[in-house]
Design a protein around this ligand. Structure first.
Ligand SMILES: *Cc1c(COP(=O)(O)O)cnc(C)c1O
Length: 245
C-alpha cells in the first residue's frame, strides 16, 4: 500500500540526525577500508534548496562546514545562521560569476570552485587585504557541460595564479560525471588524486594540496577510497531536495 501523505512528510521533514549518523558511519567504513583515519575526512553539508530551519538542525547535530552553490540563495541564509552560529565555515561550491565575487567574499570562508584565471584574477582584485582560501575546480571528465580547469592546463593555471597573493590555493575539487554505478566515477577521482600528487612535487609557493574535495551523495565512498578528504553531501543528509521555495 502506498501512503503518499506519509511519504511527503518523510521528504520534507528529513530526520537529519539519523541521516547524519548513517552518513558518518558510511564515511568511517570507507575510510577504514582505505586505511585512513575517518577524522581526517571533512564533511561539508551542501544546503542548496534547503531551508534555514532544516540547516539549523544539521548544525545542532554537529555539522561545522556548509556548502552553497549560489551566492544569491546563500546570502539570506548565511545572514541568519552566522549570527547564531559564528563558528560554521561556509564553502562556495558552485560556479561563481565574476560580478558576484565581492558578495561571495563577504559571505564565504572558502571558494571551492575557482575554475578560470579570470575568476582568480577577480578574487585577487576584490579581496583587498584578505587572503582567500580557495580550491581549484578541475574538469576531470573533460565534459563540455562541466566547469573546471582542464587537467592538462592546471600547471599553467597555478603558475599564473602564483602571483595572486590574495589567494591561498589549498587543494583541488572535482565533480564526477553522473553515472549509474559509482564504480564508474572511480577513474575521475583517481585522476584528481594523481594530479594533486604531481602538483605537490612541484613545490609551488603559496600552493598547498591539503584538500581533495571529491565525492557527493551518489559516489562519496568510492571518492574516499581514492583519497578524498573532503566530501560534499546534500541528499544523503537532507533527503531529496525539496522544490525551490
Ligand atoms: C549539490 C552539490 C553537491 C551535493 O550533491 P548531492 O548529490 O546532493 O550530495 C556537492 N557539490 C556541489 C558542487 C553541488 O552543487
Amino acid at each position: 500500500m502506498t501512503r503518499p501523505f506519509a511519504k511527503a512528510i518523510l521528504i520534507f521533514m528529513p530526520d537529519i540526525k539519523a541521516n547524519l549518523e548513517s552518513v558518518l558511519q558510511r564515511i568511517s567504513r570507507a575510510a577504514f577500508s582505505a586505511g585512513k583515519n575517518p577524522q581526517e575526512i571533512k564533511l561539508v553539508a551542501v544546503t542548496k534548496n534547503v531551508p534555514v530551519d532544516i540547516i539549523e538542525q544539521a548544525i545542532q547535530a554537529g555539522i561545522t562546514d556548509i556548502g552553497e552553490n549560489r551566492v544569491q540563495e546563500a546570502e539570506p541564509k548565511i545572514d541568519i545562521l552566522k549570527a547564531k552560529y559564528p563558528n560554521v565555515t561556509w564553502h562556495m561550491v558552485g560556479h561563481l560569476q565574476r560580478n558576484k565575487v565581492r558578495q561571495a567574499l563577504d559571505y564565504f570562508d572558502i571558494i571551492q570552485s575557482v575554475d578560470s584565471v579570470r575568476l582568480a584574477r577577480e578574487i585577487q582584485a576584490k579581496a583587498e587585504a584578505k587572503v582567500v582560501p580557495v580550491l581549484v575546480e578541475i574538469n576531470t571528465s573533460g565534459e563540455e557541460t562541466k566547469y573546471g580547469i582542464p587537467v592538462n592546463s592546471i600547471v599553467d593555471f597555478l603558475k599564473t595564479v602564483l602571483s595572486f597573493n590574495n589567494l591561498s590555493v589549498q587543494g583541488l575539487m572535482t565533480i564526477a560525471p553522473l553515472v549509474d554505478d559509482p564504480q564508474k566515477a572511480r577513474p575521475y577521482f583517481r585522476k584528481l588524486k594523481t594530479l594533486s600528487e604531481e602538483i605537490k612535487k612541484l613545490n609551488l609557493p603559496n600552493v598547498e594540496m591539503k584538500y581533495l574535495s571529491m565525492g557527493m551523495t551518489d559516489d562519496f565512498e568510492v571518492a574516499i577510497e581514492e583519497g578524498s578528504n573532503m566530501v560534499r553531501l546534500g541528499r544523503a543528509i537532507f533527503g531529496q531536495r525539496p522544490p525551490k521555495r
